[in-house]
Ligand binder design. Sequence first.
Ligand SMILES: Cc1cc2nc3c(=O)[nH]c(=O)nc-3n(C[C@H](O)[C@H](O)[C@H](O)COP(=O)(O)OP(=O)(O)OC[C@H]3O[C@@H](n4cnc5c(N)ncnc54)[C@H](O)[C@@H]3O)c2cc1C
Length: 362
Amino acid sequence: MTTASAPALRRVLTPLVDPATFDFWAQKINPLWSWDRVLARVVQVERACEDAVSLVLQPNRHFRGFVAGQHLNVSAQVAGRRTTRSYSFTRPPAADGRLHITVKQVEGGRLSTYLCTQARVGDVLEISQAFGSMTLALPPTADLCFLAAGSGITPLMALTRAWAQAGGSTPLTLLYWARTRAQLSFVNELEQLAQQHPKFTLHTFTTHERDGMACPEHDTITAELLQQHAPHLATSQVLACGPGGFVQTARSLSARALSFAGEGFTAPDLAADTKGPATVEVKLRTSQRTVTVATGVSLLEALEAAGLNPQHGCRMGVCHTCSCTRTSGTTQNLQNGALESEEGMDVRLCVSRARTPLTLDL
Ligand SMILES: Cc1cc2nc3c(=O)[nH]c(=O)nc-3n(C[C@H](O)[C@H](O)[C@H](O)COP(=O)(O)OP(=O)(O)OC[C@H]3O[C@@H](n4cnc5c(N)ncnc54)[C@H](O)[C@@H]3O)c2cc1C
């Protein structure tokens, strides 16, 4: 079967094939074979730093590719429950088609703990197509300033590697925060890049360690620190990634930058806004159910608490997997506080909450 004829054959066979049955039998021959699911085999597992593990994944032919700065959703059965979270590619696309991610173990975290402690070479994980818009045209036209905290280094590492591959001709300053030196990932490679590329400036900060000793929090992101270590901010494209609060601060401190793009890895703060009822009814048109949900949490969490399992991905408003149509009622966008009532518009369940009774196409 030639590559060109494969899609045509698939179209002809689609009405005749039950994907689950196809997958069941096909995966007895090769665990990566699937009618339509994007699967990836773990081909390498190695420690990236004290609390993070790097995984190399070989995807099946359904994966359509990515660019540096993007992410993918990874799903696995954890304690009998399918769990999905987002992870960023840490390397630009390579000829071998392999995908590199680095997972930082979050205390009490479901999937990060599973991936950091249980993932083994040969495991097969379900993944999504790539998503995310924090990407760069390379070589860039302006100076670059990357601000990374904790696991937020991952997409910026891919972009730093892509920048170096593109010749490293434009100045790039990377400011990277971790709690301790042992929790800095990629640090040897970054230091090497700084030696090889005169236009690359690296500053690392350990917020809970000084001279190898534990200490109270210090050296967090501030206007003074940026002024000292990224003096060309006003003429730079700034990209920031890390916990939601870090990205929010980076955004406000970069108001005078040429441009700013940021992605938060933790959920937006729920505004302590107690206006409106504590619970409301939500009608689900597709499943023809009505449930009562809390308004003080995201719709995704509220629907999960009501026993539903809506499709979702990143849980931070980035991947849009949980988007569904709101046919009536008002929701509040938790990222900017805006009230949204327009009928027939899509709502991202993970970063919206109900403010009035709702009807959703779910
Ligand atoms: C677009 C995007 C890209 C991401 N890329 C990466 C990546 O490359 N590497 C990586 O390690 N993580 C990344 N994350 C975070 C990742 O998706 C998960 O949120 C993280 O692994 C925790 O999942 P969990 O199931 O272990 O924790 P959960 O069981 O979901 O949460 C357990 C507890 O940890 C808190 N928590 C959740 N996430 C974090 C976090 N990132 N830092 C601190 N506390 C947290 C929760 O609030 C909760 O209290 C990314 C997130 C997004 C939205």
